[in-house]
Design a protein around this ligand. Structure first.
Ligand SMILES: CSCCC(=O)C(=O)COP(=O)(O)O
Ligand code: ZN
Length: 216
């Protein structure tokens, strides 16, 4: 399916979803200093051809403007003529869509996700044991253990992509970039948001638990 074949209503719906999530996350202070980026896929999916709406690079994501989003293809190239630049991290979105076939990807920076990614960097994953909110990832076993992958954070984004290819675990809908932030995804915007919120809860839990353990 080409971009032109995708119904206008579907494109408008994806932009409305992004706008709503952006407004909500901005109200929570989740886009400090223009950080973060969001995308929602539109139209049919195949690993070789897909399209998604993504936040434009470097914008103040707490503001609503007519120039907040643009559509790109599976290689991160704009689908329409535009003066807007897609997020500097678009290639990470491209790779996560290609590997998972998901429909929405949300990326945010927080103090907890940064600190925890550095604390567990040597083991390249954040261990979480038996916390109820693991169920937000559709993992229902009692006392479940999960490991949330951490990859390097290079200024040159294409260098990060092979580490994502290598480390992404299909059971865990998120990946941490070291001292940078979390990428969370889902089958739709609702699910990606649930996953992101669960990750942030778990990072704060692990951070506080590690502190308490250190005092015992
Ligand atoms: C000032 S934040 C540095 C870039 C970044 O990590 C980010 O999430 C925002 O980049 P974008 O190009 O998507 O605005
Ligand atoms: Zn970022």
């Amino acid at each position: 399916m080409t971009f032109q074949q995708i119904a206008t209503e579907d494109k408008q719906r994806s932009l409305a979803e992004l706008r709503d999530v952006k407004t909500l996350f901005a109200a929570r202070g989740w886009f400090a200093g223009t950080s973060g980026n969001l995308s929602v896929r539109v139209g049919d999916y195949s690993p070789e051809q897909f399209h998604f709406a993504i936040t434009a690079s470097g914008k103040d994501k707490s503001l609503q403007t007519p120039e907040d989003f643009l559509f790109v293809d599976q290689s991160g190239k704009p689908c329409e003529s535009t003066g807007l630049k897609p997020s500097a991290e678009t290639l990470i979105h491209c790779e996560i869509y290609r590997l998972t076939g998901c429909s929405a990807i949300f990326h945010t920076h927080s103090v907890f996700n940064n600190v925890i990614s550095e604390w567990f960097w040597e083991r390249r994953s954040v261990p979480v044991d038996g916390v109820e909110l693991i169920k937000a990832f559709n993992i229902w076993e009692e006392e479940a253990h999960i490991d949330i992958p951490i990859v390097s954070n290079y200024a040159d984004i294409p260098r990060i992509v092979p580490e994502i290819t290598e480390s992404l675990n299909p059971q865990i809908p998120g990946i941490l970039l070291r001292k940078h932030g979390i990428y969370a995804w889902g089958a739709n915007a609702f699910e990606a948001k649930r996953h992101l919120e669960a990750f942030e809860f778990l990072f704060e839990y692990v951070y506080r638990w590690e502190l308490l353990k250190g005092r015992a």
